[in-house]
Design a protein around this ligand. Structure first.
Ligand code: RET
Length: 292
């Protein structure tokens, strides 16, 4: 990498950007940095809060719902730490036809200018590990069966991995949107389960009130993420700023993860008898231990 290239008025190639450059950028660019650090803090605090709230719950099925909701916060810390370290954030040169084609970025650490726009692609990767637990918690709350939970979870992982592919495709503008379309079709499957299948299960389980509340929150916010991607710097770039785009996701995350988990955990703690599958729930032995 040449230190003089910026002085010459020639931008560095995106491939010259190092992990340290990205780390420094996050440290020095207030908007991107704050969108990351705030979430690490909130995820840590909510994890401690949830652990404290749930410390006396002994019913295994209730515990499973609570652990599932808590793991969302745990993955969030991993996700945002990856971004803060500069591991899962890159400068990408957008293909011909993309609104950010030819864009340049000034690195906040070194002050050098590079070709390309910033992608916080680690988000999409780690959503593949966090969002299945949102759906697991919802499916368990609805009293749904294994097949529907499994279907929701695998299509959900599909949404995030194809979303990651959309973000990382720099060869073709059309293919970026083709990946996006595949991702949306997977989202439609998850929405079908959330809107058509699980409400009936939840009604039978007597959990329809909390299920419908958390389901509505999920549907609205997940649509929000989908639209935000299309409007942000990786999509049509109505919002050109990577920092603003990132803050949008961070705000959605605050509600979709922490408010959601709080509602699920609080309900579960207060309604153990409705949620319970009995003390042998999930047992791998076919004989119940003797009472003594
Ligand atoms: C992308 C872009 C491609 C098309 C679609 C998307 C949907 C993302 C969703 C994300 C939800 C994330 C949550 C995170 C909390 O941990 C990947 C933005 C459909 C629905 C809830």
């Amino acid at each position: 990498m040449s230190a003089t290239s910026a002085l010459d008025g020639v931008a560095l190639a995106a491939t010259d950007v190092t992990q340290t450059d990205m780390f420094q950028h996050v440290l020095n660019e207030t908007l991107i940095g704050s969108s990351i650090w705030v979430n690490i803090g909130v995820a840590g605090i909510t994890l401690l809060l949830f652990a404290f709230m749930a410390k006396d719950v002994e019913d295994p099925r209730s515990q499973l719902i609570i652990i599932s909701a808590m793991f969302v916060s745990a993955v969030s810390i991993v996700s945002y730490t990856g971004l803060a370290s500069g591991i899962t954030i890159s400068v990408l040169e957008m293909p011909d036809g993309h609104a950010m084609e030819g864009a340049t970025t000034t690195l906040a650490g070194s002050g050098e200018t590079v070709d390309g726009t910033i992608s916080l692609w680690g988000r999409y990767l780690t959503w593949a590990f966090s969002t299945p637990f949102i759906l697991l918690a919802l499916g368990l709350l609805a009293g749904s069966n294994m097949t529907k939970i499994f279907t929701a979870v695998i299509f959900d992982v599909g949404i995030m991995i194809t979303g990651l592919a959309a973000a990382l495709t720099t060869s073709s503008h059309a293919l970026r949107w083709f990946w996006y379309a595949i991702s949306c079709s997977f989202l439609a499957v998850v929405f079908y389960i959330l809107i058509v299948e699980w409400p009936e299960d939840a009604k039978a389980a007597g959990t329809q009130d909390i299920f419908n509340l958390c389901r509505n929150l999920t549907v609205v916010l997940w649509l929000g993420y989908t639209i935000w991607w299309a409007l942000g710097n990786e999509g049509i770039a109505l919002i050109e700023s990577a920092g603003l785009t990132s803050w949008g996701y961070s705000v959605f995350d605050l509600i979709a993860k922490y408010v959601f988990s709080f509602l699920v955990i609080r309900y579960t703690i207060n309604n153990v008898s409705t949620v319970s599958g009995g003390t042998e729930y999930g047992s791998t032995a076919d004989v119940a231990p003797a009472d003594d």
